[in-house]
Write a protein that binds this ligand. Structure first.
Ligand code: ATP
Length: 343
């Protein structure tokens, strides 16, 4: 018999816990279909930090890294901790500590009515660039370092090339190598070195500013977009706007080289949304779709597909939270989606 998969649940702050609550029954649902799954819920977030002073303790991190297969994450960020250090320590700590280089943000038209339907995928490097948290504030000047290592860039781009090849769609690298000659120069060199290995992929680099403009004018020629941490963050939020906004966009981060037992983290693209937290206004769709990505990563394709189909069917039947122009609460939207799951 297969060993059970062990998943850590970190609801976090704000709407994180609200959207997480809606997908918990899906974990019971996969079990009812014969999947062997254990979960453990961890309290890390603002409440825990304010009560204990802890962000993500070393022992907890070690247990996640070596004792779990994957993490399902809500969101972190809380106005009571305005410096955001706890969020940084928890989320960036997990992404960097687990070497989760690849952040996959598929943007499919679950709700948009655009013609042709919006459909592209963003691969964002997840551990480096200007988000490496190194820099200084000095009198009269501030410095943020951006670090790009060849190994992480190669892992991210290899994954993006493979995906473009699998989909038969073009690959675009977003960069600013004309200005960021060192860091983005490295991205260009690695990109060019991978092209001959993937002769069937139509691959080109594009200045990120021109790319954003082209995306808004006509996204249809784009298939897969690869970018560093910073540009990938911006581009994927823009793409989320094409498919219904922050509430519906999912993501999965993983470590293709599998350095640790825990090799993936699924989380909605949105943050803790303090402006709507505690009001039942959060859209749980991004969380459901992130859970589907996690199921697929674990090799549970039928369940991943069924969960995505349930989201699609609920939306087709008119289920909408307020951000999508409807009136359903977070809970009612969760129920509407789960009602579409097969037994
Ligand atoms: P982070 O940097 O942590 O990703 P952020 O500053 O980008 O956070 P979010 O918390 O994602 O901000 O919120 C951005 C906007 O999107 C807010 O107006 C928020 O209310 C809205 N929003 C975020 N999540 C949802 C959701 N699940 N449903 C509806 N609206 C949301």
């Amino acid at each position: 018999m297969d060993k059970p998969v062990r998943i850590a649940l970190i609801p976090g702050d704000g709407v994180g816990g609200e959207v997480m609550a809606e997908v918990l029954p899906c974990l019971e649902w996969v079990k009812s279909r014969g999947r062997r799954l254990q979960s453990l819920t961890l309290p890390y977030g603002a409440d825990h930090c304010l009560a204990t002073g802890e962000t993500l303790p070393e022992a907890a991190f070690a247990e996640l890294r070596d004792g779990c297969d994957a993490i399902l994450f809500g969101a972190v960020g809380d106005p009571r901790l305005p410096g955001g250090q706890h969020a940084e320590a928890i989320l960036l700590g997990l992404r960097q500590g687990l070497d989760l280089t690849v952040n996959f943000r598929p943007c499919h038209a679950w709700v948009s009515s655009g013609q042709p339907p919006f459909d592209l995928e963003v691969f964002r490097e997840n551990t480096e660039g200007p988000y490496c948290l190194q820099g200084s504030t000095e009198p009269g000047r501030a410095v943020d370092l951006a670090i790009h290592t060849e190994s992480a860039v190669r892992r991210l781009l290899q994954t993006a090339f493979q995906r473009a090849e699998q989909l038969g769609r073009p690959l675009t690298l977003a960069h600013k190598a004309n200005v960021l000659k060192h860091g983005h120069g490295l991205w260009m060199r690695v990109f060019d070195s991978l092209k001959p290995l993937h002769p069937r992929v139509s691959a080109r680099g594009m200045h990120a500013d021109a790319l954003l403009c082209a995306l808004v004018q006509d996204p249809s020629p784009f298939g897969v977009i690869a970018a560093d941490n910073y540009l990938g963050d911006l581009i994927s939020d823009l793409c989320a706007a094409f498919i219904g906004g922050m509430g519906v966009a999912p993501s999965l981060s993983w470590a293709p080289h599998r350095p640790f037992r825990c090799s993936a983290l699924a989380e909605p693209v949105h943050g803790s949304a303090p402006d709507i937290a505690g009001k039942g206004l959060a859209n749980p769709v991004g969380m459901f779709l992130s859970t589907a990505l996690l199921f697929r990563h674990l090799g549970w394709e039928p369940e991943a597909g069924a969960l995505e189909a349930a989201v699609s069917e609920a939306l087709a039947l008119g289920a909408r939270t307020r951000d999508l122009g409807g009136t359903l609460s977070t809970q009612a939207m969760g129920t509407a989606i789960r009602d579409q799951l097969p037994l």
